[in-house]
Design a binder for this molecule. Structure first.
Ligand SMILES: [Zn+2]
Length: 196
């Protein structure tokens, strides 16, 4: 069987540039998964960049009809040239036009998108702290004097998770290590004793 040379075949780490004007450009790179998994559809990781090099966000362009076997440089260029930029819905910085490329940014620029995310996380952390403070107060009223907060590191599979215990009498570090080992943690020293 002879293999026909695929003229202009896509290469790993090849950067494709598409100028958008106004000091910004698109940089495309065929995603590593396309080279790693046979039959994976052509996917291009696209970065919106200022000419200074600053990244304004990343999006993905896909052509499901093509794979690494059939895609060419021209296909990547075609995908890139279909993508347009728009002004961020909030601060008018450049952003991907969500009508032209798959993005989770919803027409916001990277800074506004990340800012929203941070605000969301801060709100979540605040609610979590409030919840914990309320519980500490309740447990103290029940006669508990300390809270032990630990990260459980399971030996196999599964993510690390946090666990809390309350005690009326302060437990010894050895006692806590025993408790954490019983819980299945392979790093039984990852805990904190908090006085209520
Ligand atoms: Zn913005």
């Amino acid at each position: 069987m002879t293999k026909t040379a695929n003229y202009g075949a896509v290469l790993r780490n090849n950067i494709y540039v598409h100028e958008l004007g106004d000091g910004i450009r698109l940089e495309g790179e065929v995603s590593p998964c396309v080279f790693m998994y046979p039959g994976y559809p052509l996917q291009v990781t696209v970065t919106l960049r200022r000419h200074s090099g600053e990244s304004l966000g990343v999006a993905y362009a896909v052509d499901r009809a093509l794979t690494v076997e059939t895609a060419t440089d021209a296909d990547v260029s075609r995908l890139l040239s279909a993508i347009q930029s728009t002004s961020c819905g909030r601060c008018s910085e450049p952003a991907f036009d969500p009508a032209t490329v798959e993005t989770t940014r919803g027409g916001l620029c990277e800074a506004c998108f990340v800012g929203d995310l941070d605000a969301e996380l801060a709100k979540f952390a605040e609610a979590e702290n409030r919840r914990l403070a309320n519980r500490d107060r309740r447990m103290k009223a029940k006669g508990m004097t300390v809270r032990v907060s630990a990260w459980i590191h399971p030996a196999e599979r599964g993510d690390d998770y946090q666990a809390d215990w309350y005690f009326a009498t302060r437990p010894t570090p050895a006692g806590i290590r025993k408790l954490l080992r019983k819980e299945g943690s392979i790093i039984p020293a990852d805990f904190q004793i908090i006085d209520l």
